[in-house]
Design a protein around this ligand. Structure first.
Ligand code: MN
Ligand code: MN
Length: 324
């Protein structure tokens, strides 16, 4: 059992609508005082990489609010991640809403500090460009990572607007170029929708990225898809990135680039449970855009996905922290 100070406030003690919203009703701990925290839930309130409909800068706040719905025990395992690891809300990462390059530097810097304390980050975006500085920091500590990436989009484009290299459509092209992702250990699941051309696919294929279209997912089924994903990342260090637009817009309308024909929330939950036992050194859930879903239902889906990821991270926390 972990100390009570890292436990979530129960809705049986304080009603869920009361109090200051933190992720999953966990204690808010400033990073400077976060010694002993195993897994840090952290917001990245930044959407400077967005090319179309903005708004994920507001994601962490709405996700904290909706996360008051999360109770401490997983109904299938009977276990609580809050018993298996010391987990806290580390607040929001410093950002610069008006300068992309400076924001990337600030985010990376903050994650270096977090990683120096041996904290495993589970981040709430922010747009998908947020993953790049996080991966930069992680790779500096661990070397090139594998990645299981749930998304309607590959995010492997080279540039937008005549040469601009840093958007939420380009993070993983940059990460492969910078050798912070090992492309042979990257799998993308749920790709679909119309595209500008086939450049992103050709780049990914040439690099050895395994791209699973939604059609292939439906042919394979959940078990086989995740067996493939697990064999690709193997037992090596792995990042998990969950773009909420992998869900069908029926479940996640509050996002910048919706694509119809996506996963149901149930399919996504089942897939995330299949991450158990993997060597996950960090994860994120990104692209929740509250202005496009003031109901908060998209954010509820997002934080429930966070909880599933947190459960598999917490049960394997010793491996993730051992540096193996
Ligand atoms: Mn994405
Ligand atoms: Mn996407």
């Amino acid at each position: 059992m972990t100390e009570d100070k890292f436990d979530a406030v129960s809705g049986m003690d304080v009603p869920r609508f009361a109090g200051i919203a933190t992720f999953m009703r966990l204690p808010h701990v400033m990073l400077d005082e976060a010694e002993g925290v195993d897994i840090g839930l952290i917001g990245i309130p930044w959407d400077g990489g967005t090319t179309n409909r903005p708004g994920p800068r507001h994601g962490p706040r709405q996700m904290r609010d909706q996360s008051s719905m999360i109770r401490r025990v997983h109904h299938l395992t009977g276990k609580s991640p809050f018993d298996q690891a010391r987990i806290a809300d580390l607040g929001d990462c410093p950002v610069n809403p008006i300068d992309v390059i400076d924001a990337l530097a600030r985010i990376e810097q903050h994650y270096h500090k977090l990683l120096d304390k041996n904290i495993i980050p589970l981040s709430a975006g922010g747009d998908h460009l947020c993953s790049l500085p996080v991966l930069r920091a992680l790779a500096k500590k661990h070397g090139p990572l594998g990645m299981i990436h749930f998304d309607a989009h590959s995010d492997l484009w080279d540039n937008y607007f005549g040469g601009f290299k840093f958007t939420h459509g380009t993070p993983f092209a940059r990460a492969i170029e910078e050798k912070i992702l090992d492309p042979g250990r990257v799998v993308q699941i749920g790709l679909r929708g119309s595209v500008y051309d086939m450049e992103d696919r050709e780049f990914g294929e040439k690099q050895g990225v395994r791209m699973i279209n939604i059609e292939e997912f439906h042919r394979l089924g959940i078990e086989e898809t995740m067996a493939i994903a697990r064999s690709i990342v193997d037992d090596q260090k792995t990042y998990v990135s969950f773009d909420i637009d992998c869900l069908d817009p029926a479940f996640a309308p509050g996002t910048g680039t919706p694509e119809i024909g996506g996963f149901t929330n149930r399919e996504a939950l089942y897939m995330l449970r299949k991450l158990h036992g993997l060597n996950i050194v960090g994860a994120d859930v990104v692209e929740v855009s509250p202005p496009f879903d003031p109901s908060g239902y998209t954010a509820l889906n997002a934080v429930t996905m966070m909880f599933e990821i947190l459960c598999v991270m917490a049960e394997n926390i010793e491996t993730a922290q051992s540096g193996k």
